[in-house]
Design a protein around this ligand. Structure first.
Ligand SMILES: [Zn+2]
Ligand SMILES: [Zn+2]
Length: 138
């Protein structure tokens, strides 16, 4: 039996390939945008999220998704941009803060600590603009 799911980005129906939650078309665009961000941050290591949004014309929503997927990381711990889905604390990457992650995944603790090094070495870091009022309005 083949499962058909709706693409999170464009809403089209497609056959999932297991890992990605978006259709192959969006996945390709996604990779291109991610590469653009990566190149941009190589050139501008101190770039802020809103520089990326403005200069590359990439939506904040998309950047948040990369952050949730741990593909991007925010430099400041107290960024008021990305929040733990459980307790609402500012986090730098992923979906939960360390404490919530540990309490949600007690049994996976060993796996988590194994992954944490490799996970973070590939992620891109950037700064939030703490002076920008736009940051808190999203
Ligand atoms: Zn799509
Ligand atoms: Zn939390």
């Amino acid at each position: 039996m083949i499962d058909i799911v709706t693409c999170e980005i464009c809403g089209k129906l497609y056959n999932p390939n297991g890992f990605f939650k978006v259709c192959p078309m969006c996945q390709e665009n996604d990779e291109l945008d991610f590469k653009k961000i990566k190149d941009y941050l190589n050139l501008h290591p101190c770039a802020k999220i809103f520089d990326v949004v403005t200069d590359l014309d990439i939506s904040v929503k998309k950047i948040k998704r990369y952050l949730r997927e741990s593909r991007l990381e925010i430099l400041e711990k107290d960024n008021h941009f990305l929040f733990c889905e459980s307790c609402g604390k500012s986090i730098r990457t992923g979906r939960y803060c360390d404490e919530c992650y540990k309490s949600h995944h007690k049994n996976m603790k060993a796996v988590y600590s194994d992954n944490s090094n490799t996970k973070h070495s590939n992620s891109i870091r950037f700064r939030t603009d703490s002076h920008s009022k736009r940051a808190s309005s999203i």
